[in-house]
Design a protein. Structure first.
Length: 370
């Protein structure tokens, strides 16, 4: 290979070899990360998806690249209340892998989520205006027969609907987890049109989706479970199919921690005190990012159950152990080590062909002796 390069003197971005040669990042993820790293300050307010559109990375390709960046610690997202009490999603992109604690420290240093509440702003609701009189009929007034306007009625306190323009719209306040679960359900239409849900249909499944999030499943993993492996004959009912999948594939709930046994004296003292406020719900558990102990470039992954190797390194080690046992059973001495044997097994003249030839020779010798 003939290599020729001229080092640029301006308009360039320094790229780490750990990013360019990262084994768990696709080309779209690397290009998107390097593109964002070289952005000027006046374009950092745009979302990551808008930068992906400028590069031609959109749809499923962008979702795959973003998911790889999130899993490997290069992209972190956080929802926080902004101005006027509105929720906003903040994105943090770094050229090195960051843990959740490191990302939280960066957000705190930047003051993300520390905006003023609506009551702090001045003026809060605008300037006062004089009260208008005579523009609305009283509730108990009876109109004549020729009037075209019906009498006004006092709204009921038990009603949870707002009537306007002849349409009843249900007003429902959702928690942050329910908002995230609803967004995941409504985004399934971007992966397959068979999974298109309406707002009312998604509200029926929000309870099951929230339970997944409470049991430690991330929004990206929940989206992947619901949108992958669709039936070959198609999905007749998106609501029924997703409800069945949410119920049947729901992960196991984490074991509750044992409650301490209160002492007699403390119980007698606490009985005289007023009722304590309810304990807030425990946030969902997310596995931390740890460094893989396997060979190759240094990379991180989310460890579940105390694992020290990423899934790719675990699979490579399993193939190597199987090759060693198989070679020992057939009496074949492989020249390559375990890692090279796995790579050589993919070649037509690799260790798989040698093991097959040795097994055929052993069978022929057994037939000749008989």
């Amino acid at each position: 290979m003939l290599w020729h390069a001229i080092a640029p003197v301006r308009r360039y971005t320094k790229a780490s070899h750990d990013v360019v040669r990262h084994p768990r990042l696709c080309s779209d993820a690397k290009i998107l990360l390097l593109y964002v790293q070289g952005l000027p300050d006046d374009e950092t307010h745009l979302a990551l998806s808008e930068h992906g559109l400028k590069l031609g990375i959109k749809g499923r390709a962008f979702q795959r690249a973003k998911e790889q960046l999130v899993v490997n610690g290069f992209v972190h997202e956080r929802r926080a209340a902004g101005e006027r009490g509105l929720w906003a999603t903040h994105q943090l992109v770094s050229n090195v892998p960051l843990t959740d604690a490191d990302a939280l420290a960066v957000w705190r240093g930047a003051g993300v989520g520390a905006g003023d509440s609506p009551s702090v702003q001045f003026p809060t609701v605008g300037e006062p205006s004089p009260r208008s009189v005579g523009h609305q009929l009283p509730v108990d007034e009876e109109l004549g027969k020729n009037s075209s306007r019906p009498p006004t009625e006092a709204p009921s306190e038990d009603e949870g609907e707002v009537e306007g323009a002849g349409v009843a719209v249900e007003v429902v306040e959702l928690s942050p987890q329910e908002v995230e679960a609803e967004r995941v359900l409504l985004s399934l239409r971007n992966f397959d049109r068979q999974l298109r849900l309406g707002v009312r249909e998604a509200r029926e499944l929000v309870g099951l989706a929230v339970e997944w999030l409470r049991r430690g499943v991330s929004a990206g993993e929940l989206r992947r479970v619901l949108s992958s492996g669709l039936p070959a004959k198609g999905v007749r009912s998106a609501v029924g199919f997703l409800r069945h999948r949410l119920e049947m594939k729901m992960p196991e709930a984490p074991a509750p921690e044992p409650e301490p046994v209160p002492e007699t004296e403390s119980a007698s003292v606490s009985s005289d005190l007023p009722d304590a406020p309810p304990t807030p719900p425990t946030p969902p558990r997310v596995a931390p990012l740890v460094t893989c102990a396997g060979p190759g470039n240094e990379h991180v992954f989310r460890a579940y159950g105390g694992a020290t190797l990423c899934p790719d390194c675990q699979q490579a080690a399993a193939w190597a152990r199987w090759a060693e046992r198989r070679a020992a059973d057939l009496g074949v001495d492989l020249a390559e080590d375990a890692a090279q044997a796995v790579e050589a097994g993919r070649d037509p003249d690799g260790w798989r062909s040698r093991l097959a030839a040795a097994a055929a020779g052993a069978t022929a010798e057994a037939g000749g002796e008989q």
